[in-house]
Design a protein around this ligand. Structure first.
Ligand code: IVH
Length: 734
């Protein structure tokens, strides 16, 4: 009998070594099947010999297999803020940055490192004594969600760092010692082939296709059940978080260390010291980036030396020591063949172009959006035109312009429809949503000014209204028929969508299939599907498993709460944010029904236009029917009431600055004065220009003068910059 303790150790080592080679993109010498079998064997041994397996269990390859779902995400503060990067779009701006940076550093030349800007999801990984202890999303930059449970399942991320030279690490490499705390930040991406496989599976299952790898990754990592994390996600490290002890002097020192510890870093990474050389690198990279298995949208240029990075510091949004050069969105030209008008969930008609197929940024494209009729006129696009199309991050391309030189004279104007293409009801010409929002926002400003003026006993100031209405042609077309079957289907699709009822098994195709079969004639019918099991099973592509999933998904959706229901009902001007505010304010549909328009309009960030629209929905027989149906089917129409806090509207909870009057004075090092002001205001503070007895706090930078003296004489609390940074980020400014 082999010794089980030894067997456990050997299997772990074998699986780890294979994973490591896999991360380095080298042949692992192990088939997937052999790997799976070894893993199964290890799992069994660990179960049979818990005592022998206990040591090193948390980093065992078996721990990658997802554990139980979690109830919710913990929000955790970052060791230092995860900032964004300033962008540049041309060579002049890049040159200017290099000049500016050299000047700030007081040097002629400085080393800069170039690496791809990956279009993925940012992640901070923390290792303590070499073990993965925490994985945080970027969140709001200051705090992120703890998604460690999901990240543990990602094979490209080591659970345990290995310091020794091992297979896959060149002999001549010095083994690196592992810092007690090592936090690295990077981007997690879904390679194109993984994305394609995932979508092929969804298509086969009749589920709605994912739009693009980035959003899919983000959604995938924010789920509660780690068993559903897509296999094949990749992590690419780009930077350093908290590291202790920290022997690293340059970015490239750090990435070299990561690599030898088994963490993937960019394979394209070079150091240059002139703007010309940087530009050459960028041009070269632009030619080869399309062969990479994941999307890149630019190049990040960083000052390589950490002491120089520290000297340059950051403003409140982005460090001064790095800059991103962004590539222009990819374009192609093709011929515009036809324009169809698609009916949306609110009845809005959107022109959709059909074109001669053309290859663009990795896929063959035949459709693109033209947004609305006004856009068509502004861009002067005609049927038969050669058009330039563009994919900007998203999967749906758009028509940018017509190529005037290619006109033959045979092109025809695009005519908007007089009647709904689906139900033939004559169309309504209406202001587009942006315009309605402008008007609503103006109305809110006027109201606020009126109230303020009244309080201060002065006449209200005139607030200039938005410019007069455009021509009919520039406004959107709507199908006004609430019973329009096309609208109804779009509303169904919206209702079950991820941010609403979140019934994954009810994808777009399935909705159409069920509606065609007569199983969905009202929104409430979704909740009666369980009574039609036999009929469902007779439909194409509907196996036992799929039907069970669907029914279980529908049952689960009943308890999502009022916020999700309101977001799903397609009440005009009520999106996810508005739905949340309404639900958390009223706590139940009955309280909302009982509220009059003014009471609804009085909620912060709701306003009169939304209030009118909500009332319209609630007072309308069609709206009342939907609500009654949902109620009858046992859908939860309540929500926990949240106490209002000044910073609470975005759900981030109360801020210690809410309602405080704060004055800023002196020279601030790390923050631009205005950035800090905006930040404090976002957190609910009032930032005032002069110190008085009403001042709660003075933030004094270097060379503060009379305001500081005055504050001191009034006994007002005074903070220096280090203190405010600490309060805002939970960190000292190192
Ligand atoms: S360095 C700002 N390097 O882009 C702190 N970021 O648009 C230093 N990103 O939040 C970031 N590739 O998530 C850096 N090679 C790269 C990157 C990269 C992608 C992301 C990162 C950042 C975002 C800003």
């Amino acid at each position: 009998m082999p010794d089980p303790a030894q067997q456990i150790a050997e299997l772990r080592a074998t699986l780890d070594a294979a994973d490591r080679l896999y991360r380095l993109g080298e042949p692992t010498g192990m088939s997937d099947r052999a790997w799976d079998e070894a893993l199964k064997q290890l799992e069994q041994l660990e179960v049979e010999h818990p005592d022998l397996a206990a040591d090193g269990l948390d980093t065992s390859p078996t721990r990658r297999v997802g554990g139980e779902p979690i109830a919710g995400f913990q929000t955790v503060e970052h060791s230092s803020p995860m900032l964004s990067i300033d962008n540049t779009y041309n060579r002049e701006e890049l040159d200017a940055w290099v000049k500016r940076t050299a000047k700030a550093l007081g040097v002629e030349r400085f080393d800069m490192v170039l690496e791809p800007k990956v279009d993925g999801v940012a992640l901070a990984l923390r290792y303590e004594d070499g073990r993965l202890t925490q994985a945080l999303t970027r969140g709001d930059g200051t705090k992120g969600d703890d998604i460690t449970h999901n990240i543990r399942t990602v094979r490209s991320i080591p659970l345990q760092l290995r310091a020794a030279a091992e297979p896959g690490v060149a002999e001549e490499d010095e083994p690196v010692s592992i810092p007690a705390v090592l936090e690295t930040r990077g981007e997690i991406v879904m390679p194109e082939d993984v994305f394609a496989t995932l979508n092929a599976q969804r298509e086969a299952d009749g589920l709605e296709l994912y739009a693009n790898p980035r959003n899919t990754t983000a959604g995938n990592l924010k789920q509660k059940d780690p068993r559903n994390v897509a296999p094949g996600l990749r992590f690419i490290a780009y930077g350093k978080g908290a590291v202790d002890p920290d022997p690293f002097e340059t970015h490239t020192d750090f990435t070299a260390a990561l690599k030898s510890l088994g963490i993937t870093v960019h394979e394209h990474e070079d150091v240059v010291n002139t703007a010309d050389a940087a530009w050459d690198w960028i041009e070269r990279f632009d030619r080869l980036r399309h062969d990479l298995p994941y999307a890149t949208d630019g190049v990040v240029i960083k000052v390589n030396r950490y002491d120089q990075q520290r000297a340059l510091g950051a403003n409140s949004k982005a460090p001064r020591w790095c800059i991103a050069y962004k590539f222009a969105a990819e374009q192609a030209t093709t011929k515009l063949l036809e324009v169809n008008w698609q009916v949306g969930k609110t009845g809005k008609l959107t022109p959709r172009a059909t074109m001669e197929p053309v290859f663009l940024a990795g896929t063959t494209v035949t459709h693109a959006t033209l947004h609305n009729y006004g856009e068509i006129l502004r861009k002067g696009i005609m049927l038969g035109d050669t058009v330039t199309i563009e994919k900007a991050g998203e999967i749906i391309p758009q028509v940018v312009s017509a190529v005037a030189e290619e006109r033959t004279g045979k092109e025809k104007p695009i005519v908007p429809p007089d009647a709904c293409p689906e139900c033939k009801t004559p169309v309504d010409i209406e202001n587009d949503a942006r315009r309605i929002n402008e008007l609503a926002s103006h109305e809110r400003k006027v109201e606020r000014e009126k109230a303020k003026a009244e309080k201060e006993g002065r006449p209200p100031e005139v607030i200039v209204p938005p410019s007069p209405l455009g021509t009919e042609d520039e406004t959107a077309r709507y199908c006004p028929n609430p019973e329009c079957p096309a609208q109804f289907r779009e509303r169904l699709i919206h209702f079950v969508g991820r941010n609403q009822m979140d019934i994954d098994a009810l994808g777009e195709k399935t909705i159409h299939q069920l509606a065609d079969a007569g199983l969905l004639t009202t929104l409430g019918d979704i909740f009666t599907l369980k009574d039609h099991r036999e009929t469902l099973l007779e439909l194409e592509r509907m196996g036992e498993k799929k039907v069970d999933n669907l029914i279980a998904g529908v049952e689960e959706a009943k308890s999502r709460g009022l916020r999700r229901v309101l977001a799903g009902l397609t009440i005009r001007h009520v999106g996810t944010g508005g739905a949340k505010r309404l639900a958390q304010h009223f706590g139940s549909i009955d309280a909302l029904i009982a509220a009059d328009e003014d009471a609804i309009a009085a909620i912060e960030d709701v306003g009169p236009i939304t209030a009118a629209s909500v009332r319209h929905f609630l007072d309308n027989p069609a709206g009342q029917r939907v609500i009654q149906e949902l109620r009858d089917h046992g859908v939860d129409l309540t929500e926990a009431i949240k106490q209002p806090t000044s910073a609470g509207a975005d759900g981030r909870g109360a801020s210690p600055f809410a309602g405080k009057t704060i004055v800023l004075t002196g020279t601030l090092e790390r923050y631009a004065r205005n950035d800090l002001k905006n930040l404090l205001e976002e957190l609910g503070a009032k930032v005032s220009g002069s110190v008085s007895k009403n001042t709660d706090l003075l933030i004094a930078g270097e060379k503060a003068g009379s305001k500081l003296t005055k504050a001191q004489s009034l006994g007002i609390e005074v903070w220096d910059e280090a203190r405010i940074i600490k309060e805002l980020t939970g960190r000292t400014n190192d």
